[in-house]
Unconditional design. Sequence first.
Lengths: 440, 764
Amino acid sequence: MFIGAIGCEPLQLRRVNLENSRSIETYRKNGGYEALRKVLDRMSPDVVIGEVKKSALRGRGGAGFPTGMKWGFVPKDSPKPKYVVCNADESEPGTFKDRYLMERDPHMLIEGMLIAAYALGSKATYIYTRGEYRYLIEIMDRAIEEARAAGLAGDKILGTEFSCEIYTHTGAGAYICGEETALLNSLEGLRGHPRMKPPFPAVAGLYGCPTVVNNVETLTAVPDIIKMGGEAWQKLGTEKSGGTKVWSVSGHVNRPGVYELPMGYEDMEKFIMEDCGGIPNGRQLKAVIPGGSSVYIMPASDIVGKKVKMDYEGLVAAGSMVGSGGFIVMDDTVDIFESTKNLTEFYKHESCGWCTPCREGTDWLVKVFKRIARGEGRPDDAQLLLDIVDNIEGKSFCPLGDAASWPIQSAIKKFPEDFKRHLLPLTNGKESGKEGLPTI
Amino acid sequence: MPAELIKVTINGQEFETDKGARLIDVCREKGFAIPSFCYYADLALQASCRMCLVRIEKMPKLQTSCTITCTDGMIVTTESEEIEKAQRGMVEFLLANHPLDCPVCDRGGECELQEMVFDWGGLEERFTEKKNYAPEKFLSPIVANDPQRCILCKRCTRVCDEWMGEDAIEAGGRGSHTVIGTYGGWLNCSQCGNCIEVCPTGTLLDATYRHQTRPWELSRTISTCTFCSDGCQLSVGSRGGEVMRVVARDRYVNGLNGEFLCIKGRFAHPFVNHEERLRTPLIRYKKGGKLIPATWDEAIRYTAAKLRAVLDAHGGESVGVVGSPRLTNEANYALLKFAREVVGTNNYTATEAFSLVPFFENLGAPLATHKDIRHAKTILLIGGEPEELQPLTGRQIRQAVRNGGAKLVIINSVPIRLKHAASQFIQIRPGTEDAAVLALASKDDAGVAARKLNVEAGALEQVRQHLNDAQGDVIVMFGGELGAEAQSLLAQLSFTFGEKEGRRFLLHPLPLFNNSLGVHDLGLMGGALNPLEILDAAGAQLRAMYVAGSFLRTHLEGREDALSKLDFLVVQELFQTATTEHADVVFPAASFAEVDGTYTNNDGFVQRVRQSIPPIHQSKPDWMITAMLADALGTDFGFQMSSSAVFLELAKQIPAYEGLRYPLLKDESNPVQARHALVGQRDVSAQLVELRSLVEGIEETGETTTQTPPVGHELFKLGTLTSKVPQFHLLAAGNPEPESVLISPLYQITIDPALRDEAAVAGD
Ligand SMILES: Cc1cc2nc3c(=O)[nH]c(=O)nc-3n(C[C@H](O)[C@H](O)[C@H](O)COP(=O)(O)O)c2cc1C
Ligand code: SF4
Ligand code: SF4
Ligand code: FES
């Protein structure tokens, strides 16, 4: 598996291939905790937030919300404690970058969290991982202890007046707990379902106090932003998508792995065919889901020869999204009906059950998919799937409902043949005699 | 403070409304129907059913109107093709896994989901897949659950948490496998059944009633609950002379309690048609003999003759007359009139647990209504345990704290459950409640009071400070622990703290019975003797007694044979009790479900009791029995067999009820408060001196308990009425979890072998 940067100097992945990359010594020898020192010595919280704004860093958890702006929403005059929460739930199918960042370079996350805590006036911060990442908690806990021993966490950090604790916490295995408000519920020991927004966490989050929830990769970007300065960091990427982005590449490529690319990397086709080593076994590229399962699927025809730019704007223009950067490549052996069925089963399983459309809609969708897979597909099933999805999309309580809808919408639109094939019902080996093809 | 007015446009029409008003409420108020399931006033927002979708200009996506607050210039569309499609889509989703077997569902005919579908008509249901299945089961002896019908609006879990403070039910599982359930498989809560009430579908069901009738077969009568002094309004559903159920559902009744009721109000009604109800008048012709059925004519004639003999031999003062805080104002008024006009005696009282006479004599501030409590800013509770004894008051307190940010201060010798809602809880030595009042009424005595209470003086000072600084309504509540002097001082507390702009003191006594206030208002509690004294006088000064209802267990403790010393005892009752045991004549009385009348609740609201079924067997309303007896003794009460005539006369005689008439008390949503005389500032220095010496005499011993009393320790007590309900026996026995939750626990757990019948399986 490849772990490294293409088209830029590795920032996020600078240390991941070093020996003993987890240890505080390695981290410090390679520029670690310099940003924290700089912040504590020379920068006011407002200046820190200013640099993050200039960096055009957008949240790496999926929504791509400008991080500096989010930090700016935290009311400074609130008498309540403020919290920084690291979202390490990483449950989006096809996404595994946060895991390597934490596993191989835990101190980078700690430094990022401490800088965020300093900027936001927070004395307690939390790292929330998905249940399956329990082993990462051990790694993080060890790193936190190292940092504490080095005077980098806990009371009077680096001898300054800044004190901050970092706590770790695991979920119990629910995708929805990656959604920031569901995560906060879970962290508080409540049932993991999303909360109503507004109020947004920046105003009323953990225990009703101002809280910033950021993805691992968002936070690990912060030390470099401070060291290089926001502007310089932004220039690594594009105007609106600053810096570099870490992609989790999986599926039918010769070299899957974790890739750090500059934002705006110019050609997705080149990325797949050259950087990732192309498609194995001489197969053809069929489709890519570029940003984790919750985004629109892209057919090869939208990629090959299209010079798709790999950043927020580029992917939207190409008909999909950056999402969590879970880059799933599929060759021509893949039946998009089957892959979509698989994803839909995931969303059904992970629907928290709070709201009607997602709870009942995903259940229904899966039942239809399964029936079709049993060979009982009906000509109008594709339309039925689209209708169900239309009644979910934009009407659910949280974006999970949308996330369940988009793959289906795009799959039926872009790969109608894969669906049609399943919708011709056969009885006793003969065609049922039903007229008409699916209306797609 | 009047809210700022803003303009909103709904479906092209412009309206003025309060800034920050909830959009769904505004739309409905302006006449635009918006479907909803999860929205429920004064509960936390849920926004999960997604039925209330509207289009708001400049907002992406459809918005849930239940979560939107109005802003100036908002342009809203509530009716369009897009919206209707979305809403129909939601119902289609809700019905996807629903069994669609309304004909066998208990809620059929009054189900909000069913109505939604019927109202819209032509609903498309394209779901042809296999439905998810979950079996119907019991959550407790009272609550049954048919999870397939659930739409997960979570009204149930919210009322359990927010109204009841119990948080006993919650959703379990996730996605389409989410089911409403309990923690640990069995519901150990106060069994109020509010979850059943607010459930819009046939998911949570009244296990005492389910599958017995269809709602459209029931005659519904709006009436007042016959248990505690909160006076909840309810709808009695009866069929063929049988009370089948009691509900407070919005569609049927809209009283001060909304849809709230407690276990007793909702589930303890089976006493009405219970087989042990007295059927005919009974006469014990010979002391020590048996009670023998008799005709009304014979019983009245016999009683009149016996009373006449006692009156002739010993005079009026030899006859005691005892009313009851359980009976209507009409019944008690008739008794009082009987005592005064027929017998000529001052030896009357009512079987009340404690007297509030000193409180009312010194009443310096108005009584608080339940609405006042909900919106109060400060609540001081001394003694009492409303969550068990006046459950609606308990709910109002919780809502005031939770939704209104009220400060709750509790002074109690026991860490009662409400403690969790309190911002200050002061645990005192048992039996020292009077000292707490002394500390509040007189700063100089705070030191000695603190010592007797066994608390830090600072804690009491903090309470004084609270009350001093308070803005808005300050509600002072107290239970039955206070003595006469303490009651008097508390009634005058508003003067102790003096006038202050923006602060208003309101008082809320916590008596135990449905008509406790009524017996005080009528003056029955102002007789020459109290219940204990009247028992002590039996056989001595008193030779005969006329009792409506029965003495309380606490009255008869140590006085078990007092009543046997009488020459003649006549009792009106529903059932055989420890009091009827000594009776020479027993008249079968009609229960609250069989009579017309009024009860006065602890707000001072005079509320109607309405006949929903004809009197059981040969029973008669209490006031009618009294009038018949008076007639036989030569006095025509002139009531002409109509309770309204009794009330008319009562209203003329009792100043607080002046001008009240039944027609004015018609609308339960707009209850009428009796006009209790406010006495203004009184000189209570004598009471203060007396209280001080009382407090000084308190021994500094009593152990305090750290144990919070278990849920239901009062609610589940087996009384004359509740003991007629099998489920109460299970609850009183600790609500044991049965082996199978699919079968009614009544058939699995043997407490009374008579209850073992054929197994009733859930879903039957
Ligand atoms: C269903 C759902 C699942 C999500 N899962 C994750 C996740 O696993 N990790 C993550 O960082 N963000 C996840 N998010 C996004 C978070 O809600 C939130 O936007 C993010 O943590 C904010 O951090 P950022 O601004 O740094 O991206 C999820 C969102 C939704 C709606
Ligand atoms: S869309 Fe609704 S049911 Fe689905 S995860 Fe979000 S809140 Fe839960
Ligand atoms: S049981 Fe009833 S009230 Fe509770 S969530 Fe289900 S439908 Fe709603
Ligand atoms: S009423 Fe608004 S979402 Fe249920």
